[in-house]
Design a binder for this molecule. Structure first.
Ligand SMILES: C[S@@+](CC[C@H](N)C(=O)[O-])C[C@H]1O[C@@H](n2cnc3c(N)ncnc32)[C@H](O)[C@@H]1O
Length: 267
């Protein structure tokens, strides 16, 4: 089955603008995580345009950071951000264009922390892809290394409302790019319960200061991960589960809206 995703991540400046607010929520969590685990070599899967990676580099620790993403546009934006940093920071980072289901890095077996933040796991659509991504990641970790995945807990009411047909148009956000434009974001969603796929149609509508107007539509498919399913993936790949948090405030799992699973490779 062909899945929709690419185009949504091609308009990187809009992506960065849209998820600026998200950084206030999740970046402190990742900074704290790095302080707790004090890794020497970190890999961020589906690193995007460096929204999290850039903040990790500015934070505590002097670990080497690698990022892997399938989108050349996202990686190009990440590289442009890195160019504005000191040479010493640039030297700590290596970016790779690749698929998280099928990657082989020079430092395989030497990462003590691999992270898959902000729902990016939803782009692992087929069971085979999911198992491959978890097995490959297990192999890339050093003994005792950790794999941390962050994804939302599915909202059953929301999904049942969108069962097999879109029922609402949601206004997701209104974003200001000062002196340039106001951007309105809408979605409509359809949920396929057999494939556990949420098909989202995004509308981005920009009202420029100049009076011009632009609208574009993109499709984005997400695999919906139920909690036991995600835990099974960790266990299938050989991980033990160290911890599960329910939110970026380190809430216990089940008390929040997220499932942040910390898997550990046996030492
Ligand atoms: C929600 S964005 C997250 C980006 C970044 N981690 C952040 O938090 O802003 C999802 C990212 O996953 C990437 N992606 C999707 N499928 C992928 C795959 N199979 N392998 C690697 N990256 C993938 C997309 O290109 C996109 O950059």
């Amino acid at each position: 089955m062909p899945y929709n995703m690419g185009e949504y991540y091609e308009r990187v400046s809009d992506y960065d603008l849209e998820y600026k607010g998200q950084s206030e929520q999740d970046v402190p969590f990742w900074l704290e995580l790095v302080m707790r685990y004090t890794p020497e070599r970190v890999l961020e899967l589906a690193c995007g345009s460096g929204r999290i990676g850039m903040e990790l580099l500015r934070g505590p620790g002097s670990f080497e950071l690698e990022g892997l993403d399938i989108s050349p546009e996202m990686l190009e934006a990440y590289r442009r951000k890195l160019e504005r940093e000191d040479e010493a920071v640039q030297q700590r980072v290596t970016l790779h264009e690749g698929d998280m289901c099928d990657y082989e890095l020079v430092n395989k077996g030497a990462f003590d922390l691999v992270i898959l933040p902000f729902n990016s796991i939803v782009h692992l659509y087929e069971i085979e892809q999911q198992i491959e991504a978890f097995r490959t990641t297990y192999e890339h970790l050093a003994p005792g290394g950790r794999f941390v995945v962050d994804v939302f807990v599915p909202d059953i009411d929301y999904l049942s409302d969108a069962l097999n047909h879109p029922s609402h148009v949601y206004v997701e956000d209104e974003i200001e790019a000062p002196d340039e434009f106001t951007m309105l974001l809408y979605t409509s969603r359809k949920y396929d319960p057999v494939e556990q796929l949420e098909h989202i149609l995004w509308t981005h509508e920009k009202f420029f200061e100049s009076g011009e107007h632009e609208r574009y539509l993109t499709r984005l498919d997400m695999h919906i991960f139920f909690p036991r399913e995600l835990q099974l993936l960790f266990l299938t790949a050989g991980f033990s589960i160290d911890a599960i948090y329910g939110g970026y405030d380190w809430k216990p799992f089940g008390k929040g809206t997220r499932q942040i699973v910390v898997g550990r490779k046996r030492a």
